[in-house]
Design a protein around this ligand. Structure first.
Ligand code: ASP
Ligand code: MG
Length: 402
C-alpha cells in the first residue's frame, strides 16, 4: 500500500470507450489499497487541433494566450475521467495545474516547474479521493497559465511522483514499453525490460519519442522508478526505467534516428584563442541549442567549425550568423539541410572495443555515407542523408540484435 502515480497519454484517453480501459487500470490500483494520482493528456490529437485553430487566427500568437488555448485540452480529459470514476462509485476530483497549484517559471510554451503545493492534493487523497490532474500545464507566480512544452504530461506525472514520494510512476501509452528501435521503422525489435535513466535520456533526446526528456531527468534526480506500459495490453509489464542495472548489460540497447537535423559550417575563423568561444556564446545568448561540434583546421591561422542544430532552428541561426559574420571574422557560412542523426545507445559502449567498427560496417554494407560522427560514454551518433536514415537504422539494428 502506497502512493502510485499513473499517467495516460493522448491515444489512451482518445474516446469514451478508451476511458473505460483507463478507469479499469485506475480502479485496480485503488482497490489494491493504494492512493492514486492520475495525470492525463488531451484526448487524441486535440492539442494539434488547437494549434491549427490558432493558426486560423494568427501566425504570431501572443505566447501567453497560446498557453491559455493549448492547455484547454487536458481540462476536458480530467473532467470526463473524474465523472466516469464517480459514475462507477469511486470518489474522484479533477484538478487543473493552477488549482494544485503547480508553479512554474514564466517561459510560456516551455516552462519549468519550480514547486508543487502539497496541501490540496494530500487533503483530497486523505479523504479517499482519486486525484485526476491535468498534465502539461502549470501557473506562474503572476497567475498566468503556462505549459511545459509538447509531450509535457510525462513531466507533470514524474514531477508529482517526486513531490509526493510515490512508490512508482506508471506511464501508460499505446506501446508496451521501450524497444531496441522504433517498431514503425524496424521489424524485429525487442522490448527492453530495464533501462537506466542515462540510457533513457539518450534514447529520448535522440529521437525515440517514448517519453518527454525532462521527465527522465526528474526521475533520475529524485530516483523515481518509471514504468512505461501499454494501456490496452493485458498484464503489460512494460519497461522499467531506474537506477537498477540488469546483471549483464546488452552492449547496445537501442538504435534511434532523429530527422530534424541540419548542419552549419563556419569557414575561415581566425585560429585565435577565444574565437570558438565567441561563436558559441553568440548562439547561446540567442538560445540556440547546438548538438554535434567538429572543429577542423584548414590553412594556417584559420579554422573551420561545423555543428548541427535542429532543422527548426536553422533559419534563425543562419540569420544570426550572417548578421555577425563580420564581427566573427568568418569568411563563409555554409549549411546542409535534410540530415538525420542515427545513434546507438548502451552503457556497454565505452567498455567494449569494436562497437563503432560494427556500426560503421553496417553502414558500409549498405553503401551509406556518414557526414559527421560523435561519441560519448554511452552513445555513438552519425549523420546521414535523411533518405538513408531508415535503411541505416535497419542495417545497424540487424547487426547488433541478430
Ligand atoms: N497534450 C500535450 C501535447 O500534445 C501534452 C502531452 O500530451 O503530453 O503535447
Ligand atoms: Mg507523450
Amino acid at each position: 500500500m502506497g502512493l502510485i502515480v499513473q499517467k495516460f497519454g493522448g491515444s489512451s484517453v482518445a474516446s469514451a470507450e478508451k476511458l473505460e480501459k483507463v478507469a479499469e487500470k485506475i480502479i485496480n490500483e485503488k482497490n489494491a489499497g493504494n492512493d492514486v494520482i492520475v495525470v492525463v493528456s488531451a484526448q487524441g490529437k486535440t492539442t494539434d487541433r488547437l494549434i491549427s485553430e490558432e493558426k486560423e487566427i494568427t501566425d504570431n500568437p501572443s505566447k501567453r494566450e497560446h498557453d491559455v488555448l493549448v492547455s484547454t485540452g487536458e481540462q476536458i480529459t480530467i473532467a470526463k475521467l473524474a465523472m466516469l470514476l464517480i459514475e462507477k462509485g469511486y470518489k474522484a476530483v479533477s484538478l487543473t495545474g493552477w488549482q494544485i497549484p503547480i508553479v512554474t517559471n514564466s517561459e510560456f510554451g516551455n516552462s519549468r516547474i519550480r514547486y508543487i503545493h502539497k496541501e490540496t492534493v494530500l487533503d483530497l487523497l486523505t479523504s479517499g479521493n482519486i486525484v485526476i490532474v491535468a498534465g502539461f500545464q502549470g501557473v506562474d507566480e503572476n497567475l498566468n497559465i503556462t505549459t511545459l512544452g509538447r509531450g509535457g504530461s510525462d513531466t507533470t506525472a514524474v514531477a508529482l511522483s517526486a513531490n509526493f514520494n510515490a512508490e512508482r510512476c506508471d506511464i501508460y501509452t499505446d506501446v508496451d514499453g521501450v524497444f531496441t528501435a522504433d517498431p514503425r521503422v524496424v521489424k524485429n525489435v525487442r522490448k527492453l525490460d530495464k533501462v537506466s535513466y542515462d540510457e533513457m535520456l539518450e534514447l529520448a533526446s535522440l529521437g525515440a519519442k517514448v517519453l518527454h526528456n525532462r521527465c527522465v531527468e526528474i526521475g533520475k534526480k529524485y530516483n523515481v522508478p518509471i514504468y512505461v506500459k501499454s494501456t490496452f495490453e493485458k498484464n503489460s509489464v512494460g519497461t522499467l526505467i531506474s537506477n537498477q542495472k540488469p546483471l549483464e548489460d546488452l552492449i547496445v540497447n537501442g538504435v534511434t534516428k532523429d530527422d530534424n537535423i541540419s548542419r552549419i559550417t563556419v569557414i575561415g575563423l581566425e585560429n585565435k584563442i577565444g574565437k570558438t568561444y565567441e561563436l558559441f556564446k553568440l548562439l547561446a545568448e540567442n538560445n540556440i541549442n547546438i548538438d554535434i561540434i567538429v572543429q577542423a583546421f584548414g590553412e594556417t591561422f584559420i579554422k573551420n567549425i561545423t555543428f548541427t542544430v535542429k532543422m527548426t532552428d536553422l533559419n534563425r541561426t543562419l540569420k544570426l550568423l550572417n548578421e555577425n559574420k563580420e564581427k566573427l571574422n568568418a569568411k563563409e557560412i555554409l549549411h546542409a539541410e535534410n540530415l538525420s542523426k542515427v545513434s546507438i545507445v548502451g552503457v556497454g559502449i565505452a567498455n567494449k572495443p569494436g562497437v563503432a567498427a560494427k556500426m560503421f560496417e553496417a553502414l558500409y554494407e549498405r553503401n551509406i555515407n556518414m557526414h559527421m560522427i560523435s561519441t560519448s560514454e554511452i552513445k555513438i551518433s552519425v549523420l546521414v542523408d535523411i533518405e538513408e536514415a531508415v535503411n541505416a537504422v535497419n542495417s545497424i539494428h540487424e547487426k547488433f540484435f541478430k
